[in-house]
Design a protein around this ligand. Structure first.
Ligand code: HEC
Length: 109
């Protein structure tokens, strides 16, 4: 009986752990994030992210910038500038996905 319970709680732990680590946005969430990137981020950074009120976020423009600092910028915003923080609207995994998407380069339309 004792062993049986241990096995169950191990399985539960493992499940909780893997759902934490593997919480990348699913396909539907990715589509929503892509829409946000075009509409909301695009409102300031340009529809093709080539710059507007905000600086360009193209693959070339971001080359050499640290992923962590870009994640921090999107999460917290840049105080004193128009760049808002997105922590209230987006999960950390969403923000990581967006930054990786930007670093990979948004495909031309
Ligand atoms: C209201 C306008 C506005 C919106 C909306 C906006 N940004 Fe920004 N963003 C800015 C401005 C302005 C800066 C430059 C801040 C500065 O002067 O350092 C910036 C900077 C950035 C940077 C840093 C670029 C660099 O070269 O270091 C990233 C990354 C970024 N924004 C991503 C996003 C993403 C992703 C979104 C949508 C989720 C978004 N922004 C929405 C205005 C905006």
């Amino acid at each position: 009986m004792e062993r049986h319970n241990t096995a169950i709680s191990m399985a539960t732990l493992l499940f909780a752990f893997s759902s934490c680590v593997l919480a990348a946005p699913d396909n539907q969430r990715q589509a929503q994030l892509q829409h946000l990137l075009d509409q909301d981020c695009g409102a300031c950074h340009g529809l093709y992210l080539t710059g507007g009120l905000g600086p360009p976020l193209t693959h070339e423009a971001l080359a050499g910038k640290s992923r962590d600092s870009l994640i921090a910028t999107v999460t917290l915003g840049r105080p004193g500038s128009a760049m808002p923080g997105w922590a209230a609207l987006l999960a950390p995994d969403d923000i990581r996905w967006l930054v990786d998407r930007l670093l990979q380069g948004k495909p031309a339309p």
